[in-house]
Design a protein around this ligand. Structure first.
Ligand code: NDP
Length: 396
């Protein structure tokens, strides 16, 4: 049984290990707001996660901040009116003191496992930034740790609630494009030296940072799991960046004959688009993976093109609303931890292929849930804030 509000009238608290308390007027508490701590106050936390609470206020409340920077804790704590704050070593104490239900982990990729395990042991549900982790082994350990603790684990795949991406899935499913056979995608931006994405130790590299979006889109547009991959990477230089891919190109083969190719890079101009082509038509999605700004569809069927613009929305607020709902209603999130693992296993196979120069076969992997239009959540962008020691970047 998950924590938070698992059943009508039962309210549990972090660190709670006995029977849940039956509160007077318990039905009112059934939908009480989910209390969040944000762990790691870097760029994405500051430009997207913290401001999103304003638009998710119906169900989600920011009650604690965890950071290695005293200055960020002070400035952002004041700005967002969050009294409970602490360093990484004090995580468990902060979660308990603030009666936190759920954490949003916005740390470098290599730290996702450690903090998921610690938060789960402390009794908090976990919403973890993408990629879920750097290895299948770490993903599996995170899934197991949250299962054992009876808390939920969601991979922060905001596009599973975003209309343009969900409509693309719907268009393919409707058959309008005929039989879809080809997915191509480019996702690139330019990352400065010193960024976490240039550090091997912190889980850097274009494939894990950006490739998960392309793989995720292809898997859900084809509604299958890839069976074979081929990868080629260009590595960054020396020192901490050694072994970090600046760019990776990959080809994924799917059981029904579909083929996906993508290039991701952290050393090229900004591009974020994909194209899915079938026997009758073609859909191009521009700015497909961005978390801010409009996303555009160019849909061509039997030679006629229609364009549609999907206006900017707060995708992070949508995620918070969804995850809070999963906790309140005790339902398993989609995208779950297994959904995060589904992409990590493909990325690791691409890495192996890039190293060996040979195609890598992937073992069968079953998915019983996939995102669809019913998951779309619209929330307006209400908040924005000037970052404190967190460089601004492209919106992917
Ligand atoms: P940043 O480098 O801007 O922030 C990471 C933060 O982690 C740091 O500011 C720091 O916060 C904390 N941290 C803790 N330990 C370390 C360490 N050893 N080295 C460096 N930082 C450390 O990265 P982003 O915010 O861009 O990315 C964070 C996560 O969010 C990644 O997993 C990334 O993939 C994901 N992401 C998701 C996006 C999306 O659209 N869903 C977009 C961008 C990123 P503090 O100073 O508070 O301790």
């Amino acid at each position: 049984m998950g924590r938070g509000i698992p059943e009508a009238g039962l309210v549990t608290h972090p660190g709670f290990r006995g029977s849940p308390t039956v509160c007077p007027g318990a039905m009112e508490h059934e939908r009480r707001k989910i209390r969040y701590a944000v762990i790691g106050l870097g760029n994405i936390a500051q430009v997207a996660i913290l401001p999103a609470f304003a638009s998710a206020a119906e169900s989600s409340e920011l009650v604690a901040l965890v950071s290695g920077s005293r200055e960020k804790l002070e400035v952002l704590g004041e700005r967002y009116g969050v009294a409970e704050r602490g360093g990484y070593a004090e995580l468990e104490v902060v979660l308990k003191r603030a009666r936190v239900d759920a954490v949003f982990i916005a740390l470098p990729n290599s730290l996702h496992r450690e903090f998921t395990e610690r938060a789960a042991r402390a009794g908090a549900h976990v919403l973890c930034e993408k990629p879920l982790a750097m290895t299948e082994e770490d993903c599996t350990a995170m899934i197991e740790a949250t299962r054992l603790a009876g808390v939920k684990l969601m991979t922060a795949y905001r596009l599973h609630f975003e209309e343009a991406n969900l409509r693309a899935i719907d268009i393919v499913r409707s058959g309008k494009l005929g039989q879809v056979r080809a997915f191509t995608s480019s996702f690139s931006h330019s990352v400065p030296p010193g960024d976490i994405r240039t550090s091997r130790e912190l889980g850097g590299g274009a494939l894990f940072d950006l490739g998960c979006y392309c793989i995720n889109a292809a898997r859900h547009l084809f509604r299958e799991e890839p069976i074979e991959v081929v990868g080629a990477s260009q590595q960054l230089g020396e020192g901490p960046a050694q072994g970090v891919d600046e760019s990776t190109t990959a080809t994924l083969r799917f059981p029904s004959g579909g083929v996906a190719t993508f290039t991701v890079s952290q050393g090229l101009a900004t591009v974020a688009s994909y194209r899915i082509t079938g026997t009758r038509g073609d859909l191009r999605v521009e700015q497909a993976y961005f978390y801010a700004g409009p996303i555009r569809h160019h849909l061509t069927i039997d030679g006629k093109t229609q364009e549609q613009t999907f206006e900017d929305r707060d995708q992070f607020a949508a995620q918070l609303v969804y995850f809070s709902r999963c906790i309140q209603e005790d339902t398993e999130p989609e995208p779950s931890g297994v959904e995060g693992l589904a992409d990590v296993r493909v990325m690791q196979a691409i890495q192996r292929s890039a190293a060996s120069g040979k195609a890598e076969a992937l073992p069968p992997f079953a998915r019983d849930r996939r995102p669809d239009l019913s998951q779309q959540i619209h929330r307006p962008r209400l908040g924005s804030s000037t970052p404190v020691h967190a460089a601004s970047r492209d919106k992917g």
